[in-house]
Design a protein around this ligand. Structure first.
Ligand code: SAM
Length: 222
């Protein structure tokens, strides 16, 4: 899906990112590690930040939003336990990077963003990179994306005060929801699994995300 690694001058930076930021911190899923090694993260930031794209921190992408830290993208993808036939929803498209990583792991990815400018830029870039299994939607993803539900996994890349019930409703039986829950300043990453129609939740680790804005976010979208 992504370009030929041999012609990619960023391949060595990407390899170092995988080894020094992901593997040593406990990311074990080889499919996730391979996806992180394939997706050209530098394409999802401004040209000024091309090399910084592989550093161990989030980067601004406009509209006061960020592309998440590489470790966080990998940890969320691993927690979501995505299988090749899965249909996945991502809430918070941002740059489109995490959608590309998820698309390397799943059959189909639907991703929803509230800012039209970010959704449009991500959609064009993902098409340019030949990701034919990603649909970018515009709207309040705290309501999920009911028209394509149910999902095997839902990954929310923005912090919510509580688990949005619409997202649980749109999970398939056995489905996983990965979401940062807490205050607008700091959160814990939660993994929810729907079993026999009942959600079972587990706290994974502390994190800091930009807020989810919308019906089930911190405040309504303006
Ligand atoms: N996954 C992104 C990437 O790979 O670049 C990073 C996501 S950024 C940390 C969070 C994104 O969630 C922002 O782009 C923000 O606009 C978006 N967002 C916040 N609330 C939202 C909502 N209710 N629906 C859809 N997107 C939302």
């Amino acid at each position: 899906m992504s370009g030929n690694p041999e012609s990619d001058p960023f391949a060595s930076l990407r390899h170092a990112m995988v080894e020094q930021q992901l593997r040593v911190r406990g990311i074990r899923d080889e499919r996730v590690l391979a996806a992180m090694e394939r997706v050209p993260r530098h394409e999802f930031v401004s040209a000024y930040n091309n090399e910084a794209a592989y550093e161990d921190h989030p980067i601004e992408i406009g509209q006061q939003q960020t592309i998440s830290q590489p470790f966080m993208v990998a940890a969320m993808a691993e927690a979501a336990q995505i299988k090749p036939a899965d249909v996945v929803l991502e809430v918070g498209t941002g740059s489109g990077y995490q959608a590309a990583v998820l698309a390397e792991l799943a059959a189909e990815v639907f991703t929803i963003e509230r800012f039209a400018s970010l959704a449009e830029t991500a959609q064009k870039l993902l098409a340019h990179l030949n990701y034919a299994n990603i649909v970018v939607a515009l709207g309040d993803g705290s309501n999920g994306l009911p028209q394509y539900a149910p999902y095997d996994a839902i990954v929310v890349a923005a912090a919510a005060p509580e688990i949005p019930p619409a997202l649980v409703d749109q999970l398939r039986e056995g489905g996983r929801l990965v979401i940062p829950i807490g205050s607008a300043q700091e959160q814990e990453l939660f993994l929810l699994r729907k079993q026999n129609g009942t959600p079972a939740t587990q706290k994974l680790f502390g994190c800091k995300f930009v807020p989810l804005v919308g019906r089930y976010g911190f405040h309504p979208a303006t």
